[in-house]
Design a protein around this ligand. Structure first.
Ligand code: SF4
Length: 326
């Protein structure tokens, strides 16, 4: 394992090398790492500690403007693990962003909902969207996720605090924790709508090597033999769930995905956001829900694998590639 180095002196990326069809091109990293230790997350292993870039260097990336379309010049996507965790740093960064009049989005922990001063600064600096890893509505599942900072009874109020600033709330949910059953997964489509989530992201628990979730699955002999990397894409089941079969988990997730992105729920979220969110946040909410709803209507749902339908690219690997993949 390497040693984390300081983030000073990283040059502005060669955004000009990106193909024009990348909808959002200006992806910026201001920080790396996260102080939490969620059981399924690779960040603590891949980016240990919490490091920040000098604000002046981040602002240089934010000011880069050689993009073709107005939205590419306008939007800044902070691809950080947990951008807001160090308050003094984020306040300095956002204060410097206020005069630039950008629209920006990132991911953060739900604790920001209690910091009205920060929320206000986020709004003034152009925040249009925050991604929360909500993960689950089940207390036992949140324990399994090692996410004690998420309190189910507070979801609604915390999301409302962001809506009060006109900010869109995207949220990730994971199916397959030890507290989950097919019934609890099915209930999530309504729960996430009732909680106020504007754009849901729905995945299946994936125990990547190096995470506590993987260590636990190995210890309990729950990693399924014969399930290669194609099962580790966040939408398939490479392990034996506690309260259902792998196939039941897969089907429960697909049913949830279809229900959450049905025309009904997608339209409800878009209409609701029109009355709650600032203009840029509404546009983003409508675009994301529209994208997933269109996929749903066309039957373009996540690809499902099983032992007899292995991803074709994996059947033609050389011996070395197979060893690397094992
Ligand atoms: S809060 Fe998010 S980034 Fe941090 S460890 Fe948990 S899942 Fe990973």
């Amino acid at each position: 394992m390497g040693k984390p180095l300081p983030l000073d002196g990283i040059p502005t990326p060669r955004y000009d090398l990106l193909p024009d069809n990348f909808f959002i091109q200006r992806v910026v990293q201001a920080t790396r790492g996260c102080p939490f230790t969620c059981s399924f997350c690779t960040v603590p292993a891949l980016n240990p500690g919490f490091r920040t870039r000098p604000v002046s260097e981040v602002i240089k990336d934010v000011e880069y403007a050689q993009f073709r379309h107005w939205w590419q010049r306008k939007v800044v996507w902070f691809w950080d693990d947990n951008l807001t965790i160090k308050r003094q740093y984020i306040r300095t960064l956002l204060t410097a962003m206020v005069p630039l009049r950008k629209w920006w989005l990132t991911q953060a922990s739900m604790d920001i909902a209690d910091d009205r001063t920060l929320l206000n600064l986020m709004k003034r600096s152009g925040c249009i969207g925050i991604f929360f890893g909500i993960e689950s509505f089940g207390v036992e599942s949140l324990e399994d996720a090692h996410k004690p900072q998420n309190k189910v009874s507070k979801y609604r109020d915390k999301i409302r605090a962001l809506h009060d600033q006109g900010i869109c709330v995207m949220a990730g949910f994971i199916a397959g924790f030890d507290g989950d059953t097919p019934e609890t997964i099915a209930a999530m489509a309504k729960q996430l709508y009732d909680a106020g989530v504007d754009v849901p992201f729905l995945s299946i628990l994936t125990p990547y090597r190096g995470t506590p979730a993987y260590a636990k699955m190995v210890k309990e002999a729950r990693i399924l033999d014969g399930r290669g990397w194609e099962f580790y894409n966040g939408y398939n089941v490479p392990f034996r769930p506690k309260n259902m079969s792998p196939e039941q988990l897969l089907q429960a997730h697909r049913a949830l995905w279809r229900e959450a992105f049905s025309l009904r729920y997608s339209l409800l979220r878009i209409v609701r956001s029109f009355f709650r969110l600032r203009f840029g946040a509404f546009l983003m909410c409508a675009a994301m829900n529209g994208f997933y709803c269109l996929k749903r209507l066309r039957g373009n749902e996540p690809m499902s694998f099983n032992e007899s339908s292995v991803y074709s690219e994996f059947t033609n690997l050389t011996g070395t590639e197979q060893q690397l993949n094992a």
